[in-house]
Write a protein that binds this ligand. Structure first.
Ligand SMILES: C[S@@+](CC[C@H](N)C(=O)[O-])C[C@H]1O[C@@H](n2cnc3c(N)ncnc32)[C@H](O)[C@@H]1O
Length: 148
């Protein structure tokens, strides 16, 4: 979607099968994307990015402090960070789902003063069993503070 809208896109995942699926989708959409097999806790690209989109990765990480440190090195000051994160399975679920369960306030605290929340959105989406049949998905749009 980003590439279809004119962005120059780099896509990373540490699982080759996931990259293969993404390559097939990029081919079907007739877009060019630079895919790299990398661990987000160790990824050190040559250049910084205007926008980082994390779709479903942070919620599975335990070493989130290394992730945050890397995020600051990936994202230029003033850049955008869009995070798609699992929320709850259903109304009566008492805490967010995922291996690392985080609520909005915890995510804001984790990112700290260098990031400002610009928009927040929730929607119910179908997700595969055994997690599903559906789950609440939270999307956060943060902006990294510009340098003073
Ligand atoms: C819930 S899936 C989301 C897949 C895809 N981004 C999407 O939105 O459909 C989580 C993905 O994060 C990847 N992942 C988990 N930990 C990772 C890490 N430390 N480094 C890179 N990728 C990771 C997994 O391999 C998996 O493909």
């Amino acid at each position: 979607m980003m590439a279809q809208n004119g962005y120059e896109v780099t896509g990373i995942d540490f699982v080759e099968a996931a990259l293969e699926m993404a390559r097939d989708r990029a081919t079907a959409a007739e877009v060019s994307i630079a895919f790299e097999q990398a661990d987000v806790c160790a990824y050190t690209p040559q250049e910084s990015f205007d926008l980082v989109l994390d779709s479903g990765c942070l919620h599975s990480l335990s070493d989130k402090h290394k992730y945050r440190q890397n995020l600051l090195s990936w994202l230029r000051p003033g850049g955008q960070f869009v995070l798609v994160h699992f929320n709850k399975r259903h109304f009566f679920d008492w805490r967010p789902m995922g291996p690392s369960r985080r609520k909005q306030a915890q995510l804001e605290e984790f990112l700290g003063a260098e990031f400002q929340l610009k928009e927040y959105h929730e929607e119910i989406r179908k997700v595969p069993l055994p997690i599903g049949p559906s789950a609440l998905i939270s999307t956060y749009w943060f902006q990294r503070m510009p340098e003073a």
